[in-house]
Design a protein. Structure first.
Length: 99
């Protein structure tokens, strides 16, 4: 088989309306944090590089303690879908989260 460098990995991830509404909710503050990093998530398909995926996961992990409990399941689902979209390499690096 062939090896792909992590820096070259790109994922096309579909993000639902509900997940985007949760990210951009004023109660979570996650959308603003990502925007400061130059990452803007939109409804529908998003093209993410390896480093953008890592930055989103780091932001979700960092901010998850501060969000209302009702949003945590949706944010965990979004996080795990990003991990899944990049495959085993991302899973080995950051792992999955339980609800």
């Amino acid at each position: 088989m062939f090896e792909v460098e992590k820096e070259d990995m790109i994922s096309n991830l579909y993000i639902t309306d509900k997940a985007i509404d949760t990210v951009w909710s004023s109660q979570t503050g996650i959308g603003g944090m990502l925007e400061l990093e130059g990452i803007i998530l939109v409804k529908g398909f998003n093209r993410l590089t390896w480093f953008e995926g890592l930055k989103i996961i780091e932001t979700l992990d960092y901010m998850s303690a501060n969000v209302p409990k009702g949003y945590r399941k949706q944010l965990t689902t979004l996080r795990n879908s990003i991990v899944t979209s990049f495959g085993v390499d991302m899973q080995d690096e950051v792992g999955f989260r339980a609800y």
